[in-house]
Ligand binder design. Structure first.
Ligand code: SF4
Ligand code: SF4
Length: 499
């Protein structure tokens, strides 16, 4: 347990009264969470009374503690089990996200490229039709009733014939498999044209891109020869959004989503970054810190920053987004939405990098252009840097059960169990958190993370501190916005027709 409070020593803890809890100071209060992720923000005097067993039945605090399952004598085991089951529902099925690296070739050169892109003449990094079919055959062996095939690269539009082949082949297979199937594509959009767009729209492929902030930052970090990467991406975002609208789709739900990679240059521009996204019609920002994978491992010294500076940036940017929402401009921050869904709804939105056990192998698989299978996209990136730790099979030779039951999948599953991870086991944020083992492996040389030295733990802790501070402040406009951020409006249009 973390304490910096002038509280009673733990020797005075009444072990008969309170049920299991973890605690942490947040602002002027003490946050307590329990096994199943219920929480309360207590005044220090309330916390003191709670831990000493001095809260009398009938007292308002007693009722709050009881209704949130913090009292041993009134502990509702069934309710706790139901909540835990709901939080871990993602374990019921098997891998649903399948990331297909259809080529490593790319026409952009990004300073932090996590994908280890290759030049446009590196045609040997294109996935072949034969490998693509074997990959789809493998994907359809998943025990999950849901399949999302995500086209990645490199730049997937470079190998568009194979993207089309995968779509047609998967749709054909799904006539018999009857899975809930969807396609997504992560593209820099610079090779988009009207024919490709028409095909993607007709086949309900959800399109996602990257925007690193205002044009000056974006173009400095994402270099497109002879053109502005920002202007090109912005133009196509607008055009794609028009195409959705022309189909009669609700623009508040159907629009291009973009991803941000926060570098040192981004930090002072928190307001400009948010304004850029709003101007482009993007209603969600994911304020992701730079990852240590791919080229970012080399360019790190130029683009990295202490995580305390990132957290200051995060607070300013989200404060500003809350202000915009209060003025009627809807824009959400994804990290906040992921954590808040777990905190306020008691559900897990199944974002694979912030859950435990981790999504690697259990919730997702990544397929390299040559048919090799990895636990996750980061594992594939590490392989491109010469570290094959996370390779778990090949689409041509591996059986499904060998892959999902691979010893590496077992290892990362064990390693990402926060209840067996030093520091996490005592952390108030355990019910809502998660750190991918591939991240710990890359940064610390072990899939078993040492969280007190982990920059990602620092980020997750700092974001959750911020969110609980805001919840504690209780501003009705903030609470309303947080509620909206946890409201999941499914984008059913992107689901393929069931046979
Ligand atoms: S990050 Fe994407 S767009 Fe940028 S160089 Fe790498 S593969 Fe290309
Ligand atoms: S990763 Fe860090 S913030 Fe998350 S549960 Fe573990 S110790 Fe807490």
């Amino acid at each position: 347990m973390t304490t910096h409070l002038p509280l009673a020593p733990l020797a005075e803890l009444d072990t008969r009264g309170p049920a299991m809890f973890r605690f942490r100071r947040v602002g002027a209060r003490v946050l307590v969470t329990n096994q199943e992720g219920r929480w309360l923000l207590l005044e220090p005097a309330e916390f003191d009374a709670f831990t000493r067993g001095k809260v009398a039945p009938g007292d308002a605090l007693f009722e709050r503690l009881k209704s949130h399952n913090f009292l041993r004598d009134h502990y509702d085991v069934r309710a706790a089990a139901a909540m835990l089951r709901a939080r871990k529902r993602f374990l019921d099925s098997g891998p649903n996200l399948h990331m297909a690296v259809v080529t490593l070739r790319c026409n952009e050169t990004c300073v932090y490229c996590h994908a280890s892109r290759a030049d446009l003449d590196a045609v040997h990094t294109d996935m072949t039709v034969e490998t693509a079919e074997k990959m789809v055959d493998f994907i359809f062996r998943t025990t999950s009733p849901f399949i999302t095939i995500e086209f990645q690269g490199g730049e997937p539009l470079v190998n568009f014939p194979v993207v089309k082949h995968i779509i047609v082949y998967a749709l054909t297979k799904n006539r018999a498999a009857a899975k809930t199937l969807e396609f997504t594509m992560v593209s820099n959009l610079s090779l988009m044209d009207e024919d490709k767009l028409a095909y993607l729209i007709d086949h309900k492929v959800q399109i996602c891109t990257s925007i690193d902030g205002p044009a000056a930052i974006h173009d400095k970090q994402r270099i497109l020869p002879m053109a502005s990467a920002f202007d090109t991406a912005s133009r196509w975002i607008k055009r794609i959004n028009e195409a959705y609208a022309a189909k009669g789709l609700d623009p508040t739900l159907y629009h291009v989503e973009a991803l941000l990679t926060t570098t040192r240059a981004t930090l002072p521009q928190w307001k400009e970054v948010v304004d850029t996204y709003v101007a482009l019609g993007c209603r969600a920002l994911f304020l992701r810190p730079v990852d240590p994978f791919g080229f970012a491992a080399k360019t790190g010294p130029k683009i990295e920053y202490p995580r305390a500076e990132y957290l200051a940036f995060y607070r300013r940017a989200v404060d500003y987004m809350l202000e915009l929402n209060a003025r009627g401009v809807e824009v959400l921050e994804r990290y906040a939405a992921i954590f808040l869904t777990k905190i306020l709804k008691g559900e897990d939105p199944n974002f694979l990098d912030v859950r435990w056990p981790a999504g690697a192998g259990l919730g997702a698989l990544a397929y390299n252009h040559d048919g090799r299978i990895f636990t996750c996209d980061e594992g594939r990136m590490l392989d491109a840097m010469g570290d094959p730790t996370f390779q778990i099979g090949h689409v041509a030779t591996s059986k499904y059960r060998e892959v999902v039951g691979h010893e590496t999948v077992r290892a990362v599953t064990i390693a990402s169990n926060l209840e067996a991870t030093p520091d996490c086991v005592d952390c108030t944020y355990l019910p809502y958190c998660g750190v991918p083992p591939s991240y710990s492996h890359k940064t610390q040389g072990t899939v078993f993370g040492r969280m007190r030295e982990s920059a990602l733990c620092q980020v997750h802790k700092g974001i959750q501190d911020y969110l609980f501070e805001k919840l504690g402040e209780g501003d009705p406009r903030t609470l309303k916005t947080f509620e909206q951020w946890t409201t999941n409006r499914p984008r059913d249009h992107f689901l393929q027709d069931r046979p």
